[in-house]
Design a protein around this ligand. Structure first.
Ligand SMILES: Cc1cc2nc3c(=O)[nH]c(=O)nc-3n(C[C@H](O)[C@H](O)[C@H](O)COP(=O)(O)O)c2cc1C
Length: 167
């Protein structure tokens, strides 16, 4: 089986999204160990290389809600780095967010990321949980991290089934 590359890009001001990204990554790696089919990268948007995104078969974006919408650094990053680019067509795009006290704004946050993925011809799977089938969390606890892990496993399973042009 061809190894697929999954990149989790995140913006995290106070660390919650980073912990979620790591738990999602752990779920992906765990699932990958069974068939060794996934290479997982977890990268802050400040450090991500264009080449890493271009060579990924699946991109998962995570950022918190700030002032009732997606934190601006992630919105700007996606708009700028995905601009006029055909290279992401047919890849899986998925996302997650986190809020402090008020879930309001999570739909806007998720939709902002999903819309950019869709505009670039990416495939956005719905997991039937949270706004638009993506992953949304409130206060970070063991249960949230376990759910992040499951989210990663689900994405690993989908990525395994993704056909690439090399196959
Ligand atoms: C500048 C700023 C604005 C925020 N605005 C909201 C908000 O509108 N609604 C909300 O529920 N939480 C809000 N929060 C809380 C964060 O969404 C929440 O703590 C999140 O888990 C932070 O993720 P991070 O630790 O990865 O930065 C805000 C936090 C900051 C720093």
């Amino acid at each position: 089986m061809t190894t697929k590359k999954v990149t989790i890009i995140f913006f995290s001001k106070t660390g919650n999204i980073k912990k979620m990204a790591e738990a999602i990554g752990a779920g992906l790696k765990n699932e990958s160990e069974k068939s060794n089919h996934i290479d997982v990268n977890i990268t802050d948007i400040d450090k991500v290389q264009t080449e890493t995104l271009v060579s990924s078969n699946c991109i998962i974006a995570g950022a918190p809600i700030h002032y009732g919408k997606l934190a601006t650094p992630m919105e700007n990053f996606l708009k700028e780095s995905f601009l006029n680019s055909e290279v992401h067509r047919g890849k899986i795009g998925s996302c997650f967010t986190s809020y402090g006290v008020d879930i309001e704004g999570s739909e806007i946050a998720i939709l902002t990321m999903v819309q950019i993925f869709l505009e670039h011809g990416m495939l956005v799977p719905g997991f039937g949980d949270g706004p638009l089938g993506q992953f949304v969390a409130g206060a970070l606890d063991e249960q949230v991290l376990a759910n992040c892990n499951d989210f990663g496993k689900n994405i690993a399973d989908l990525t395994k089934r993704l056909k690439t042009s090399q196959q």
